[in-house]
Design a protein. Structure first.
Length: 309
Protein backbone atom coordinates (compact mmCIF):
# COMPACT_ATOMS: atom_id res chain seq x y z
CA UNK A 1 0.00 0.00 0.00
CA UNK A 2 1.08 3.63 0.19
CA UNK A 3 1.52 5.95 3.14
CA UNK A 4 2.98 9.27 4.20
CA UNK A 5 5.54 9.89 6.92
CA UNK A 6 5.85 13.27 8.66
CA UNK A 7 9.06 13.59 10.67
CA UNK A 8 12.32 12.11 9.41
CA UNK A 9 14.42 11.91 12.53
CA UNK A 10 16.21 8.66 13.33
CA UNK A 11 12.99 6.83 14.10
CA UNK A 12 10.79 8.27 11.34
CA UNK A 13 13.42 7.94 8.63
CA UNK A 14 14.16 4.32 9.48
CA UNK A 15 10.47 3.46 9.66
CA UNK A 16 10.09 4.92 6.17
CA UNK A 17 13.05 2.85 4.99
CA UNK A 18 11.62 -0.36 6.44
CA UNK A 19 8.26 0.28 4.80
CA UNK A 20 9.95 0.97 1.46
CA UNK A 21 11.98 -2.23 1.81
CA UNK A 22 8.65 -4.02 2.29
CA UNK A 23 7.41 -2.75 -1.07
CA UNK A 24 5.23 0.13 0.09
CA UNK A 25 5.13 3.53 -1.60
CA UNK A 26 6.18 6.13 0.98
CA UNK A 27 5.76 9.90 0.69
CA UNK A 28 8.03 11.76 3.11
CA UNK A 29 7.78 15.22 4.68
CA UNK A 30 10.07 17.00 7.10
CA UNK A 31 10.68 20.51 8.41
CA UNK A 32 14.27 20.58 7.07
CA UNK A 33 14.90 19.51 3.45
CA UNK A 34 18.03 17.40 3.97
CA UNK A 35 16.34 14.22 5.22
CA UNK A 36 13.71 14.52 2.46
CA UNK A 37 16.42 14.56 -0.19
CA UNK A 38 18.20 11.61 1.43
CA UNK A 39 15.05 9.47 1.57
CA UNK A 40 14.14 10.51 -1.98
CA UNK A 41 17.52 9.22 -3.15
CA UNK A 42 16.58 5.88 -1.59
CA UNK A 43 13.23 5.65 -3.34
CA UNK A 44 10.79 7.70 -1.28
CA UNK A 45 8.48 10.29 -2.85
CA UNK A 46 9.53 13.75 -1.60
CA UNK A 47 6.99 16.27 -0.33
CA UNK A 48 8.26 19.75 0.52
CA UNK A 49 5.01 20.70 2.26
CA UNK A 50 2.12 18.98 4.03
CA UNK A 51 -0.15 19.99 1.16
CA UNK A 52 2.19 18.35 -1.33
CA UNK A 53 2.20 15.24 0.84
CA UNK A 54 -1.60 15.14 0.75
CA UNK A 55 -1.69 15.59 -3.03
CA UNK A 56 0.89 12.83 -3.51
CA UNK A 57 -1.31 10.25 -1.80
CA UNK A 58 -4.51 8.73 -3.13
CA UNK A 59 -7.58 8.90 -0.89
CA UNK A 60 -8.28 7.48 1.58
CA UNK A 61 -4.87 8.45 2.95
CA UNK A 62 -2.85 7.08 5.87
CA UNK A 63 -0.20 9.43 7.27
CA UNK A 64 2.28 8.61 10.03
CA UNK A 65 3.47 11.36 12.38
CA UNK A 66 6.79 10.41 13.98
CA UNK A 67 7.85 13.47 15.96
CA UNK A 68 8.86 14.26 19.55
CA UNK A 69 6.00 14.38 22.04
CA UNK A 70 4.50 17.76 22.82
CA UNK A 71 3.97 20.92 20.82
CA UNK A 72 5.71 19.78 17.64
CA UNK A 73 3.41 16.74 17.37
CA UNK A 74 0.38 18.83 18.32
CA UNK A 75 1.13 21.36 15.57
CA UNK A 76 1.73 18.69 12.93
CA UNK A 77 -1.51 16.86 13.71
CA UNK A 78 -3.45 20.12 13.77
CA UNK A 79 -2.03 21.01 10.37
CA UNK A 80 -2.88 17.61 8.94
CA UNK A 81 -6.35 17.86 10.45
CA UNK A 82 -6.93 21.03 8.47
CA UNK A 83 -5.65 19.52 5.22
CA UNK A 84 -6.78 15.91 5.09
CA UNK A 85 -10.18 14.78 3.92
CA UNK A 86 -12.92 12.87 5.68
CA UNK A 87 -12.01 9.18 5.61
CA UNK A 88 -8.26 9.81 5.88
CA UNK A 89 -6.25 8.44 8.80
CA UNK A 90 -3.50 9.87 11.04
CA UNK A 91 -1.18 7.47 12.87
CA UNK A 92 0.88 8.94 15.72
CA UNK A 93 3.98 6.76 15.98
CA UNK A 94 5.82 8.97 18.47
CA UNK A 95 5.96 8.87 22.26
CA UNK A 96 2.87 10.99 22.88
CA UNK A 97 1.10 11.10 26.24
CA UNK A 98 -1.90 8.80 25.97
CA UNK A 99 -4.32 11.45 27.26
CA UNK A 100 -3.18 13.75 24.45
CA UNK A 101 -3.86 10.94 21.99
CA UNK A 102 -7.43 10.55 23.21
CA UNK A 103 -8.00 14.30 22.91
CA UNK A 104 -6.48 14.50 19.43
CA UNK A 105 -8.55 11.57 18.23
CA UNK A 106 -11.76 13.29 19.33
CA UNK A 107 -10.73 16.48 17.58
CA UNK A 108 -9.98 14.68 14.31
CA UNK A 109 -13.12 12.55 14.58
CA UNK A 110 -15.20 15.73 14.38
CA UNK A 111 -13.68 16.28 10.94
CA UNK A 112 -14.23 12.71 9.82
CA UNK A 113 -10.53 11.85 10.11
CA UNK A 114 -9.46 8.66 11.86
CA UNK A 115 -6.68 8.37 14.43
CA UNK A 116 -4.45 5.52 15.55
CA UNK A 117 -1.86 5.74 18.34
CA UNK A 118 1.07 3.42 17.82
CA UNK A 119 3.44 3.00 20.73
CA UNK A 120 6.71 2.22 18.98
CA UNK A 121 9.82 0.60 20.44
CA UNK A 122 13.00 -0.52 18.76
CA UNK A 123 15.13 2.59 18.57
CA UNK A 124 17.91 2.76 16.01
CA UNK A 125 17.84 -1.04 15.71
CA UNK A 126 14.27 -1.10 14.43
CA UNK A 127 15.25 -0.80 10.78
CA UNK A 128 17.18 -4.06 10.94
CA UNK A 129 15.23 -6.00 13.57
CA UNK A 130 11.74 -4.59 13.24
CA UNK A 131 9.73 -2.47 15.66
CA UNK A 132 7.59 -3.48 18.59
CA UNK A 133 4.23 -1.84 17.91
CA UNK A 134 1.50 -1.36 20.53
CA UNK A 135 -1.45 -0.08 18.54
CA UNK A 136 -4.61 1.65 19.77
CA UNK A 137 -7.66 2.54 17.70
CA UNK A 138 -10.82 1.11 16.19
CA UNK A 139 -10.77 -2.21 14.37
CA UNK A 140 -11.44 -0.87 10.83
CA UNK A 141 -8.52 1.59 11.10
CA UNK A 142 -6.14 -1.09 12.33
CA UNK A 143 -7.25 -3.51 9.61
CA UNK A 144 -6.66 -0.83 7.01
CA UNK A 145 -3.02 -0.28 7.94
CA UNK A 146 -2.30 -3.91 8.80
CA UNK A 147 0.09 -4.36 5.82
CA UNK A 148 2.20 -1.48 7.13
CA UNK A 149 2.18 -2.82 10.69
CA UNK A 150 3.20 -6.28 9.50
CA UNK A 151 6.09 -4.75 7.56
CA UNK A 152 7.32 -2.57 10.41
CA UNK A 153 7.13 -5.35 13.01
CA UNK A 154 9.74 -8.12 13.36
CA UNK A 155 7.29 -10.44 11.59
CA UNK A 156 3.75 -10.33 10.20
CA UNK A 157 2.38 -12.21 13.20
CA UNK A 158 4.76 -11.18 15.97
CA UNK A 159 6.01 -8.05 17.67
CA UNK A 160 2.84 -6.03 17.12
CA UNK A 161 -0.74 -6.07 18.28
CA UNK A 162 -4.00 -4.15 18.50
CA UNK A 163 -4.09 -3.59 22.25
CA UNK A 164 -7.31 -1.60 22.62
CA UNK A 165 -9.12 1.67 21.82
CA UNK A 166 -7.50 5.00 21.04
CA UNK A 167 -5.02 5.93 23.76
CA UNK A 168 -4.22 2.35 24.75
CA UNK A 169 -1.25 2.08 22.40
CA UNK A 170 0.56 5.04 23.93
CA UNK A 171 -0.53 3.98 27.42
CA UNK A 172 1.08 0.55 26.99
CA UNK A 173 4.22 2.18 25.54
CA UNK A 174 4.34 4.54 28.53
CA UNK A 175 4.33 1.59 30.94
CA UNK A 176 6.88 -0.19 28.71
CA UNK A 177 9.25 2.75 29.15
CA UNK A 178 8.69 2.83 32.89
CA UNK A 179 9.71 -0.84 33.06
CA UNK A 180 12.71 0.00 30.90
CA UNK A 181 13.79 2.62 33.46
CA UNK A 182 13.73 0.01 36.22
CA UNK A 183 15.61 -2.63 34.22
CA UNK A 184 18.30 -0.18 33.16
CA UNK A 185 18.74 1.00 36.75
CA UNK A 186 19.13 -2.57 38.02
CA UNK A 187 21.85 -3.30 35.47
CA UNK A 188 23.58 0.00 36.27
CA UNK A 189 23.60 -0.68 40.02
CA UNK A 190 24.79 -4.27 39.65
CA UNK A 191 27.69 -3.39 37.37
CA UNK A 192 28.58 -0.45 39.63
CA UNK A 193 28.78 -2.83 42.59
CA UNK A 194 31.08 -5.19 40.68
CA UNK A 195 33.30 -2.27 39.66
CA UNK A 196 33.61 -1.22 43.31
CA UNK A 197 34.95 -4.67 44.29
CA UNK A 198 38.38 -3.73 42.98
CA UNK A 199 40.34 -6.54 44.64
CA UNK A 200 38.72 -9.03 42.22
CA UNK A 201 39.76 -7.08 39.16
CA UNK A 202 36.56 -7.99 37.36
CA UNK A 203 36.32 -7.44 33.62
CA UNK A 204 32.82 -6.01 33.36
CA UNK A 205 32.57 -6.56 29.63
CA UNK A 206 33.46 -10.23 30.16
CA UNK A 207 30.77 -10.56 32.84
CA UNK A 208 28.18 -9.01 30.53
CA UNK A 209 29.12 -11.45 27.78
CA UNK A 210 28.85 -14.41 30.18
CA UNK A 211 25.39 -13.32 31.31
CA UNK A 212 24.17 -12.96 27.72
CA UNK A 213 24.10 -16.76 27.29
CA UNK A 214 21.85 -18.91 29.47
CA UNK A 215 21.48 -16.45 32.34
CA UNK A 216 18.06 -15.60 33.75
CA UNK A 217 18.97 -11.89 33.51
CA UNK A 218 19.82 -12.01 29.81
CA UNK A 219 17.98 -9.47 27.68
CA UNK A 220 18.46 -7.07 24.80
CA UNK A 221 19.36 -4.38 27.33
CA UNK A 222 22.13 -6.67 28.57
CA UNK A 223 23.30 -7.09 24.96
CA UNK A 224 23.50 -3.31 24.71
CA UNK A 225 25.31 -3.18 28.06
CA UNK A 226 27.97 -5.50 26.66
CA UNK A 227 28.26 -3.29 23.57
CA UNK A 228 28.68 -0.18 25.73
CA UNK A 229 31.37 -1.77 27.93
CA UNK A 230 33.44 -3.28 25.13
CA UNK A 231 35.45 -0.21 24.02
CA UNK A 232 36.12 1.00 27.59
CA UNK A 233 34.79 -0.89 30.64
CA UNK A 234 35.43 2.20 32.79
CA UNK A 235 33.12 4.39 30.65
CA UNK A 236 35.52 7.21 31.48
CA UNK A 237 34.48 9.39 28.56
CA UNK A 238 30.77 9.44 29.40
CA UNK A 239 29.21 12.16 31.56
CA UNK A 240 27.22 10.67 34.49
CA UNK A 241 24.04 12.48 33.54
CA UNK A 242 20.91 10.60 32.46
CA UNK A 243 18.04 12.50 30.87
CA UNK A 244 14.44 11.31 30.97
CA UNK A 245 12.11 11.47 27.99
CA UNK A 246 9.02 12.18 30.08
CA UNK A 247 7.39 8.76 29.84
CA UNK A 248 8.84 7.68 33.18
CA UNK A 249 7.20 10.72 34.77
CA UNK A 250 3.86 9.90 33.14
CA UNK A 251 4.13 6.30 34.38
CA UNK A 252 4.83 7.50 37.91
CA UNK A 253 1.88 9.90 37.84
CA UNK A 254 -0.42 7.17 36.54
CA UNK A 255 0.74 4.76 39.25
CA UNK A 256 -0.07 7.35 41.92
CA UNK A 257 -3.46 8.15 40.40
CA UNK A 258 -4.37 4.46 40.14
CA UNK A 259 -3.04 3.66 43.60
CA UNK A 260 -0.66 1.05 42.20
CA UNK A 261 2.69 0.59 43.95
CA UNK A 262 5.61 1.05 41.55
CA UNK A 263 8.64 1.57 43.82
CA UNK A 264 11.25 0.34 41.33
CA UNK A 265 10.06 2.59 38.51
CA UNK A 266 9.75 5.62 40.79
CA UNK A 267 13.19 4.98 42.30
CA UNK A 268 14.77 4.70 38.85
CA UNK A 269 13.12 7.95 37.81
CA UNK A 270 14.40 9.71 40.94
CA UNK A 271 17.94 8.53 40.23
CA UNK A 272 17.72 10.17 36.81
CA UNK A 273 16.55 13.39 38.41
CA UNK A 274 19.52 13.25 40.80
CA UNK A 275 21.94 12.82 37.90
CA UNK A 276 20.51 15.92 36.23
CA UNK A 277 20.91 18.12 39.33
CA UNK A 278 23.94 20.24 38.47
CA UNK A 279 23.40 22.53 41.48
CA UNK A 280 23.27 19.71 44.03
CA UNK A 281 21.50 21.90 46.56
CA UNK A 282 19.87 19.01 48.43
CA UNK A 283 23.24 17.28 48.94
CA UNK A 284 24.84 20.56 50.00
CA UNK A 285 22.13 21.05 52.61
CA UNK A 286 22.60 17.48 53.89
CA UNK A 287 26.32 18.11 54.33
CA UNK A 288 25.58 21.39 56.14
CA UNK A 289 23.07 19.70 58.47
CA UNK A 290 25.64 17.07 59.49
CA UNK A 291 27.89 19.94 60.50
CA UNK A 292 25.08 21.63 62.44
CA UNK A 293 23.93 18.72 64.58
CA UNK A 294 27.05 16.61 64.81
CA UNK A 295 29.93 18.94 64.37
CA UNK A 296 31.09 16.96 61.36
CA UNK A 297 33.48 18.60 58.93
CA UNK A 298 31.60 20.22 56.06
CA UNK A 299 33.32 19.74 52.69
CA UNK A 300 33.75 22.94 50.72
CA UNK A 301 35.16 23.87 47.34
CA UNK A 302 38.74 25.16 47.51
CA UNK A 303 37.76 28.73 46.56
CA UNK A 304 34.47 28.67 48.57
CA UNK A 305 32.58 30.19 45.61
CA UNK A 306 30.50 27.14 44.80
CA UNK A 307 32.67 25.80 42.01
CA UNK A 308 35.70 23.61 42.01
CA UNK A 309 39.04 25.10 40.99
Amino acid sequence: METGVVGLGRMGANMARRMMAGGHRVVVSNRSPGPIAQLASEGAVPAQSREELKNSLAAPRAVWVVLPAGDVTEQAIDELGGLLDSGDLVIDGGNSYYRDSIRRAEKLRARGIGYVDSGTSGGVWGLENGYSLMVGGDEPSIARIRPLLETLAPGPDRGWGHVGPVGSGHFVKMVHNGIEYGMMQAYAEGFSLMRAKQEFGLDLHQVAEIWREGSVVRSWLLDLTANALQPDPTLAGIEPRVVDSGEGRWTAIEAIEQGVAAPVILSALNVRFTSQDEVGFADRLLAALRGQFGGHAVPTFPDKTGSAT
